[in-house]
Design a protein around this ligand. Structure first.
Ligand SMILES: [Zn+2]
Length: 129
């Protein structure tokens, strides 16, 4: 029983390693990091988003219930709370410096301006521990 469990954990880790080693793209990553405003605009009602807190290493999942809710996550200056450690992060949106690449990058920073959280779209909802 215990052996089976560690085998499952191992295979999950293997998948995660493969995913991070693969080229970035929607077809290679099972969990897509939401890093630009454009990414958030593709979210639909019913999608699940994982909120990863680097402060306490927790992952919370949020169900998208409205477009407005999705856009709150990429609104410059908005606040995001970690449900686990109650840490607050500020949504920061930066526009790319090059005219041909005007992607608006979304980051979640703490009071020191350090990225402390990120969001990812969960394509398949599994157990979170
Ligand atoms: Zn936290």
């Amino acid at each position: 029983m215990k052996k089976l469990f560690s085998a499952i954990i191992f295979s999950i880790l293997a998948v995660a390693t493969l995913a991070s080693a693969a080229p970035r793209g929607p077809f290679f990553t099972p969990q897509r990091t939401l890093s630009t405003v454009e990414d958030f605009q593709t979210l639909k009602v019913g999608d699940t988003v994982a909120q990863v807190c680097k402060v306490c290493d927790s992952v919370s999942t949020v169900e998208i219930k409205s477009k407005e809710q999705a856009m709150e996550y990429c609104k410059d200056g908005a606040m995001l709370n970690c449900p686990s450690c109650k840490k607050k992060a500020t949504v920061t949106v930066r526009v790319g410096p090059r005219p041909e690449n005007r992607r608006r990058t979304v980051t979640y920073v703490d009071e020191h301006g350090e990225a402390c959280m990120f969001l990812a779209k969960v394509t398949e909802v599994g157990e979170t521990h």
